[in-house]
Ligand binder design. Structure first.
Ligand SMILES: [Zn+2]
Length: 412
């Protein structure tokens, strides 16, 4: 509580300074904000939106929504959204306080009210934190709400379910680093940079979670992170959560069909202009084939759609036998793989039979297996415009002053 003043002036100046700092690097944050805070400071919140920041719904009161019946928890989110609309704040997605979502809550939400959620968590073992355990004595208390999956086995990538694009956050967050591990700005910058590099290598999303009341202490860490991000190739997509949610919904409509032509296949892509279409191991020297593809990452080149002709008998897609769980099919599609079942499946360059699938124990193992298989492959990439990975900076704007903070002491 010592981080707030009695009036909002100090809190507001701190947030404006963070928005300005990120803007120097072409980055705009997402601020999940309780409806009550919007109601009390509508002009300030509007000014943040006007400056390019996204404001996300963060309940009405800052409550642990898991502790409430789903209908009441849902009411809290809807009440927050109503306050937004009353004050001209766009409603795109939400994050529950303490990431306290539940399946019951998601089921209770009216369809289409929100485009995305950001409530799951993935823990990254950053190299500078060697030996620190998420469930060890220092962090256990700070982490108990988050229930993270581990990046060794889980991907930090959005997924669509229950009509929402869920965009997981990355841990450790700033409270774990600053309050839990007592790290200073330089050490925090080193951890963030390490997570950035890991997410870039894997082509995933680094959804950084910070607390704006602490941000003035991390100026150096933000600068280090964003300078590193600027230097990576292929580039890192700096995006607000709403941008990621919109993109994921756009990408869900992409598809590719193959027609046999003499000596090979003609592949026609249905996608938007922003699509990143990749190919590896292709012979594209058929009449009409595209030469001069831009080398992108590892074995992959970037292809120019909407039509590509490839030589050879095998189809450069991923084949799946009938009986593959729907969840696996959806997961592979969401990563951008072009998946075929039925009679085309066994003609695909990569075929994941039931035994192979059963031997792959995690999302990360499944992706590594496909990427390590020999053979030609054509796919969509996860991110738009040739970006290798995404970086989204998100900070819960839970309070601007002691007065805002006070309801947390009595509302349960
Ligand atoms: Zn919060």
């Amino acid at each position: 509580m010592g981080r707030y003043g009695v009036t909002p002036a100090r809190g507001e100046a701190r947030i404006q300074a963070t928005v300005a700092l990120l803007a120097e690097y072409g980055c705009a944050p997402t601020f999940p904000t309780p409806g009550r805070v919007v109601q009390w400071h509508p002009h300030f919140i509007e000014s943040l939106q006007a400056a390019g920041a996204e404001i996300a719904v963060h309940s009405f009161d800052h409550l642990d929504l898991k502790g409430y019946p789903p209908e009441e928890a849902c009411e809290q989110l809807l009440k927050g959204a109503e306050v937004f609309e009353r004050h001209g704040i766009e409603v795109c997605g939400f994050r529950c306080p303490y990431l306290s979502w539940s399946e019951g809550l998601l089921d209770a939400l009216p369809a289409g009210r929100f485009g995305y959620s950001s409530n799951e968590a993935v823990w990254w073992d950053a190299a500078p934190l060697a030996g620190v355990k998420v469930d060890g004595p220092v962090l256990a208390k700070l982490t108990e709400f988050y229930e993270p999956r581990r990046a060794q086995s889980a991907t930090s990538v959005p997924h669509t379910w229950r009509g929402l694009v869920e965009i997981p956050v990355c841990l450790p967050d700033d409270l774990q680093l600053h309050d839990g591990l007592k790290l200073g700005t330089e050490a925090i910058g080193a951890v963030w940079t390490d997570v950035l590099q890991q997410t870039h290598r894997r082509g995933e999303a680094f959804t950084l979670m910070f607390h704006p009341e602490l941000a003035e202490r991390y100026e150096g860490a933000f600068r280090t992170l964003l300078e590193q991000a600027r230097g990576l190739q292929p580039h890192v997509w700096l995006a607000r959560l709403r941008d990621i949610g919109d993109w994921w919904a756009e990408k869900a409509c992409f598809s590719a069909e193959a027609m046999p032509v003499p000596g090979g296949w003609r592949i026609t892509f249905a996608s938007s202009e922003r699509a990143t279409i990749l190919g590896r191991g292709l012979a594209t020297d058929l009449p009409g084939g595209r030469d001069g593809a831009e080398v992108w990452w590892g074995p992959y080149s970037r292809l120019q759609g909407p039509v590509v002709e490839v030589a050879g008998e095998v189809l450069p897609f991923v084949g799946l036998p009938s009986g593959t769980p729907e969840s696996s099919v959806v997961f592979l599609r969401e990563q951008g793989y072009i998946v075929k079942s039925g009679e085309l499946a066994e003609r695909c360059a990569i075929y994941l039979d039931g035994t192979t699938q059963a031997g792959l124990k995690s999302e990360v193992e499944l992706i590594d297996h496909i990427e390590n298989c020999a053979g030609p492959l054509v796919r969509f990439w996860r991110w738009p415009d040739g970006a290798r990975s995404a970086l989204s900076i998100t900070g819960d704007l839970d309070a601007l002053s002691l007065v805002d903070y006070a309801p947390r002491l009595w509302v349960r």
